[in-house]
Design a protein around this ligand. Structure first.
Ligand code: SAM
Length: 172
């Protein structure tokens, strides 16, 4: 299963920290790429540094127009839009998991109506408002059934050995 993330919109006050965290969650929880815009281009370097230190090939791509990204994916991907108004994730996860390519759309502010219409699934993580970071983490966890934590991040400079106390890190 290949999962990519499309982050649309930024608040009036730029919210680079939230967008960075959306990208970090996407990477750590088993997505392979994020599409974003209106953010500090430095975010791309942050992710590159992350890949170098901790491994993997997670990609960041900046777009001019999210509609073009959506259009380019709509044939081959199932579009899963995260919204508190959607169907409960636990009711649809099994069906979504059957698909090979998935594009998860998360918003920052009010999401245009067309996203609701063009999406194959509008999915909620509780029907209460919260955050795109937490919603994305839960949905990726449900889709991977927790297996994302066994994922190998190849070619890392450093690897953590989980320990009861302290920090154990092996360097290349
Ligand atoms: N009031 C905004 C709206 O009507 O879309 C919500 C903005 S919320 C801060 C930002 C994003 O978090 C949403 O676009 C959605 O992707 C995600 N989100 C927030 N609560 C959610 C929930 N309960 N379930 C799924 N996604 C949620």
């Amino acid at each position: 299963m290949k999962i990519e993330v499309l982050r649309i919109g930024q608040r009036v006050i730029r919210d680079d920290r939230v967008t960075t965290h959306v990208a970090l969650v996407a990477r750590a929880f088993g997505a392979s790429k994020i599409y974003m815009n209106e953010v500090d281009p430095e975010i791309e370097n942050t992710i590159k540094r992350m890949n170098k230190t901790w491994g993997g090939e997670f990609e960041v791509e900046f777009f001019e127009d999210w509609k073009k990204v959506l259009k380019s994916k709509i044939e081959e991907y199932k579009i899963v839009h995260l919204t508190m108004y959607g169907e409960k994730i636990d009711d649809v996860a099994k069906e979504i998991r059957k698909n090979q390519n998935i594009l998860i759309v998360v918003g920052a502010e009010k999401v245009p109506r067309t996203i609701y219409e063009k999406s194959d699934y509008n999915v909620s993580v509780s029907n209460q408002p919260h955050s795109e970071i937490s919603a994305l983490a839960i949905v990726l966890d449900r889709l991977h059934k927790g297996k994302q934590f066994d994922m190998k991040f190849d070619n890392s400079d450093r690897t953590i050995i989980p320990t009861k106390k302290g920090k154990k890190v092996v360097s290349k």
